[in-house]
Design a binder for this molecule. Structure first.
Ligand SMILES: CNc1nc2cc3c(cc2[nH]1)N=C(N)NC3
Ligand SMILES: [Zn+2]
Length: 370
């Protein structure tokens, strides 16, 4: 198994590292934040917007695309890249998390997950092999194994049973994957039990994957617990392979997880919060509908050079939000994604110059409560 990851530099005073992941559609510089494009679109922005703000790689979702429009239709268009006009890397999540988020999940057996479509209630089934086949049809650069997500909180017995099943499914996913350049990442489950997670790392490394993801975090557990587990398990994940923390997180979470050795992140926060009028800035968060922005001529963030901050005032963005204008979501999303992607670029530079611990201190010093 040759790793797709190259380590460029390791921080001298913490676990942070600077690297790159080679994929079929290009090489991704890490640490990296991946904008979420669940249904073959990063909501509210075009691929050109994404390139302009510096996105290297985006996320798609197997469950959603399997349900609608269907992976066979996307395959007939030459895959997801052609279908959505994005020619850079795409990572597709396996759907494990979405299936487990469905309220009326029917049942999990050794064979796979039987569930009802959230669209029309039709009965569906995905085995680990199906999830690999769907992602091969989508043509994603990085595929995720189908896993079972453990709710928080969960008993140790529940965590053991679920984690063992995820391990057996991982073996089947690997066996089902035809080596065609697409990468396949394993997902480490184990709930909030570090010993179960450590065992899961060992088993997945034994099977052999192109990268390893920490799953089942950011599921409602306290942030301290998420960081504790991240710290302990990241140190056990192979240093010469990509480390991906799924579904995380706030800007602070990203800084703390990079500090502990994580390379890859995805989170709906910058895009979802943008649509809800919550904007990230270098000094903290800004709620655009707040009356104090009504006649404020300044941009969202004086330190930001994104398209939105170069052309529009807080007053105008507040007006668009209050009027429920479509442009509100577009401009707010451009700004928030630019902030997240820009934060990762500043983190990469700080690690290259071996001053990440100092960067981390300065990052917090600037955060005032908005
Ligand atoms: C928002 N929090 C979050 N935790 C996750 C955890 C997982 C995931 C997506 C997540 N998102 N996808 C998986 N396939 N498994 C684990
Ligand atoms: Zn901006």
């Amino acid at each position: 198994m040759t790793s797709p990851f190259t380590l460029h530099s390791q921080a001298s005073d913490c676990a942070a590292r600077r690297g790159e992941v080679r994929t079929l559609h290009g090489t991704v510089q890490t640490p990296v934040f991946m904008p979420v494009g669940t249904q073959a679109t990063v909501k509210g922005v075009t691929p050109e917007n994404l390139k302009e703000l510096g996105a290297q790689i985006i996320l798609g979702n197997t469950y959603h695309l399997y349900i609608r429009p269907g992976h066979e239709l996307i395959r007939s268009f030459g895959g997801l890249h052609k279908f959505m006009n994005w020619d850079q890397p795409i990572l597709t999540d396996s759907g494990g998390f979405q299936i487990f988020s469905l309220k009326d999940l029917t049942k999990i057996t050794e064979e796979g997950a039987a569930f009802k479509s959230h669209l029309d209630g039709s009965k569906l089934f995905l085995s680990p092999e199906d999830a690999v086949a769907v992602q091969e049809a989508l043509g994603s650069d990085i595929m995720m194994c189908l896993d079972t997500c453990i709710p928080y909180p969960a008993t140790r017995e529940e965590a053991i049973a679920s984690t063992d099943l995820t391990g057996r499914w991982a073996k089947r996913s690997r066996a089902a994957h035809k080596e065609r350049g697409q990468l396949l990442f394993g997902i480490i489950q184990g709930g909030m039990y570090p010993d179960l997670r450590a065992k899961a790392v060992e088993e997945l490394v034994e099977v052999g994957f192109d990268g390893y993801a920490l799953g089942g975090l950011s599921v409602g557990e306290p942030a301290e617990l998420m960081m504790e587990i991240t710290e302990e398990i990241a140190a056990l994940m192979p240093a010469d392979y990509p480390r991906y923390l799924m579904g995380v997180g706030t800007p602070e979470n990203l800084v703390e997880a990079v500090y502990r050795g994580i390379d890859m992140f995805d989170c709906v926060m910058p895009t979802r919060n943008a649509r809800n009028g919550m904007l990230f800035t270098s000094s903290g968060r800004l709620v655009i509908k707040n009356a104090r922005h009504q006649d404020d001529q300044r941009p969202v963030d004086e330190e930001c050079d994104c398209y939105t901050c170069r052309h529009y005032s807080r007053a105008y963005l507040r007006h668009l939000f209050m009027a429920r204008e479509i442009l509100s979501s577009q401009l707010n999303t451009i700004h928030n994604l630019h902030y997240y992607v820009g934060l990762m670029a500043r983190i990469r530079k700080a690690i290259e110059e071996d001053r990440f611990a100092q960067f981390r201190q300065e990052f917090y010093a600037k955060r005032t409560v908005e």
